[in-house]
Design a protein around this ligand. Structure first.
Ligand SMILES: [Zn+2]
Length: 334
């Protein structure tokens, strides 16, 4: 084995260990100039301004890869008179640091609060960077996010991100929120009012949406998106119901966890998608079809042909969506 090969192997093994155990414990043993103990810095992603106070970084890619360093979901931030509130922190300490750099291009105010919209790792593994930058930062989420991290979901997500990025997130330590939101709260932050919304099981059981009242802008996490993604933790009926509740908010702009921000069309598109998948799956299921027979039938639906087929992940992930729809339909029959 060449020395290069051995070092690569070591880097891999170390990357995983650092994720599991945390870097500080291992640093005295392994730190040396020759060894790579951290994944590379993530290239800057330009800031998109949506309204007076509301910004986000648009992720172009639908999945984590070595090329995007695991950057595939949209972190957001709200600039208030008192400081910055960050909505979702990306999937690594390096992405968190990149978000901090981008915030600095807009304001010198410190980040005082972070809100994680749910427990999928691409929305909270970057917390590490915000605690490093400001140990007093307050990190909020639904209780279920904290429980899942306590029960090992951090290890799962670090492993998932490491495998898919060629260990680009090495050095990231799973850093849990400590403050709980359950929906219904109104947070006054300087000149800005944040209303927290929770609609039950939607994309997960833990989704929070953040309404920035003065700006009529809503950060909706993964409750809706223009992407075919993981529905395994979610509910079609819950999503359809949540779309009605989001549509009823006095908001003009919605910033999703994946894909570009938009107005009400984001809601109506995702609602139609869920209705077509769930209702048609139910009809075909009642006719005795199996999920692999249902998928091509679904693809004939006008909304799927005209709109959903343009979304990233359509070909590769629609089958999984149908399986989840069948499971939910069966569960609701009895
Ligand atoms: Zn998610």
């Amino acid at each position: 084995m060449s020395s290069m090969g051995r070092r690569d192997l070591f880097k891999r093994a170390f990357g995983l260990t650092a994720g599991l155990v945390g870097m500080s414990a291992l640093k005295p043993l392994y730190a040396s100039d020759e060894m790579i103990i951290r994944g590379p810095d993530v290239p800057d992603v330009p800031v998109t301004k949506v309204s007076d106070r509301c910004y986000y970084l648009l992720a172009q890619d639908p999945e984590p890869s070595p090329q995007n360093f695991g950057f595939f979901s949209n972190p957001g931030f709200i600039v208030t008179s008192e400081g910055v509130v960050v909505i979702d922190t990306g999937g690594s300490v390096q992405i968190g640091e990149m978000i901090l750099r981008q915030i600095k291009t807009v304001t010198d105010k410190p980040v005082i609060k972070v809100i994680n919209t749910h427990f999928h790792g691409d929305h909270w593994l970057g917390n590490h960077a915000f605690v490093k930058a400001n140990p007093d930062v307050e990190i909020y989420s639904h209780q279920e996010v904290i429980d899942q991290i306590k029960n090992g979901s951090g290890e799962f997500w670090i492993g998932f991100m490491q495998r898919n990025t060629d260990n680009a997130i090495s050095g990231t330590v799973a850093t849990s929120p400590t403050k709980v939101l359950k929906g219904g709260e109104v947070m006054k932050v300087g000149d800005t009012t944040l209303k927290i919304h929770h609609f039950g099981r939607v994309h997960t059981v833990a989704d929070l949406a953040v309404e920035v009242v003065e700006d009529q802008t809503v950060y909706s996490g993964d409750m809706m998106m223009r992407r075919i993604a993981n529905m395994a933790d979610g509910s079609y009926l819950g999503s359809i119901d949540a779309m009605d509740q989001l549509a009823a908010l006095p908001a003009k702009q919605f910033i999703p966890g994946h894909g570009k921000h938009d107005g009400q069309k984001l809601i109506t598109d995702f609602k139609t998608f869920c209705e077509v998948v769930y209702n048609k799956t139910g009809e075909y299921y009642d006719e005795g079809m199996s999920d692999f027979e249902i998928k091509p039938k679904l693809m004939e639906e006008p909304f799927m042909k005209d709109t959903a087929s343009q979304w990233p992940g359509y070909e590769s992930t629609l089958g999984k969506y149908v399986v989840v729809a069948v499971q939910e339909y069966e569960k609701n029959m009895f």
